[in-house]
Design a protein around this ligand. Sequence first.
Ligand SMILES: [Zn+2]
Length: 555
Amino acid sequence: MSGFSNITLIDLDTIELSNLNRQFLFKKKHIGLPKAQVAAQAIHHMSSSSCITPIVDNIKASQFDALWFETFDIAINALDNLDARRHVNLMCQAAKIPLIETGTAGYVGQTTVIQNNLTECFECQPKPVEQKTFPVCTIRNTPSSMIHCVVWAKDYLFSQIFGDKSENSQYLDSDDPDDSKMIKEAENLSKLIESITDPNFQNLLFDSVFGYSIQVLLELDKLWESRQKPTCLYFDSFLQSVPSTTSTPTFDLKQILDINTCFQIWCSSLKALVSRSQITSLISFDKDDSDALQFVASSANIRAHIFGIPNESIFQIKAMAGNIIPAIATTNAIIAGIAVMQAIKVVSGNIANCKTVYYTYGGNRPQYLYKEPLLKPNPDCSICQAKYFLLSADFSTVKLQDLVSFIQTYQHNICSDEYFSLLEGNRILYDPDFQDNLPKTLESLNVFPGTILSITPEDDHQKGSFLCAVKRNGNVDQSLSIELSGNSKLDTGSKNLVPQKRKIETSPDAVESKKAESLNGTTSSTDQQTKSSGNKQLLIDLDSNEQNTVYLDDD
Ligand SMILES: [Zn+2]
């Protein structure tokens, strides 16, 4: 209806009763069906000329690699979590495609346009850390209500084991001498997590966080002068009352869980998360991820039991952990409409007229919409100022040593420093002091198409690079190839520095000058002419989104 003829819609969720008040494409009979499929059918009904491809999957899944992103002219985000937003931002930087970023919370919303080398990206400004409304010592030492246990389970335990460890360092930072014992305890936990593949990991973890850590707390006498003392729980004593932990526990989401059921849920959800963590290095908490929710809910309940706090149902804990702010249909519709208008401007080669738009309703405001010009990229941003390369290889035979030597040989083009480390997320694969993985194949290190590797120079002043592992068709004889990303769409006059098997394509200057012309609105680049006259390809990414139908409701 707005002129986009080819739209790919990606979303992982199924329709729930609570979606129907604001997601107008869905009816009661659709409850339980995938949102992407039902939305695509509904749109096809309204506009049979448009081709809508629904995909029921996570946008972070490995098949959606940088080459897949490159097939689109533009992407629109309608996401509800930071982790997925960061991922799509990075992939759009790698694929050099424009991204419309949107967000709403209650009666406020905003939308902006992100284009590599032209505008700020999603990561150019540091994101404000989520406000912790509870004193850290209460969460860590003396919880007195379920919300304290939920914050501990989600922001400390879960993220310490599966998430970004750096985000919870605030829990380990104190000059109080009593706290030094707790810091030691947390360090022990970090060491324990390194043995995540140990068959006894669940026993060790349980004893550490629900047994020994509580024992350490009990030694801090002054904490318990006017409080009920906690009780330590250990895995073995528990196991006697719970004979079978191999079967999946059955429970009702709204039922208040007893401690034995919590123990069973804890074991089964931990097992599921540990096996997932072998494939993905980071798992972020998502209230709709049932393994993550069950682990956090059972951990919070076990901790509550230890501190004599009444247990709660998984349903109640989900509401606490999700920080639920109501989604408002009108806010979503307004932001969605603006996002589509921005998208039309971008694909028409008119990005110079795009703005960041803010919507706020309420009070005595003279107007509800405010706009600001798009800002230039932050020259210190580690995401949009990095160089992106596509890495294709036979991942089952190429060893990490081959890749590292390749980078060292062509270091001048790929990395600005001869000393560098190679990471996947927070997982270090190689650095000058850690060479254990060098003889291993990329595949055995869980590096395959879809994986993003970052090359971080030892010299902090140098810019980093990203290697986006992709699957190339028809290059089976090519043992290892690294090329500058984004060139397939631009005539940059690039040349192969290394012909034959190993190839580096370069010429970023040509790309930048074209982008600069486009920002100034002086000359429309050939790239954008092609886009606006050709068949428009639009990616709408609705992964785990609460507001997705609205994007399709714009006329
Ligand atoms: Zn940036």
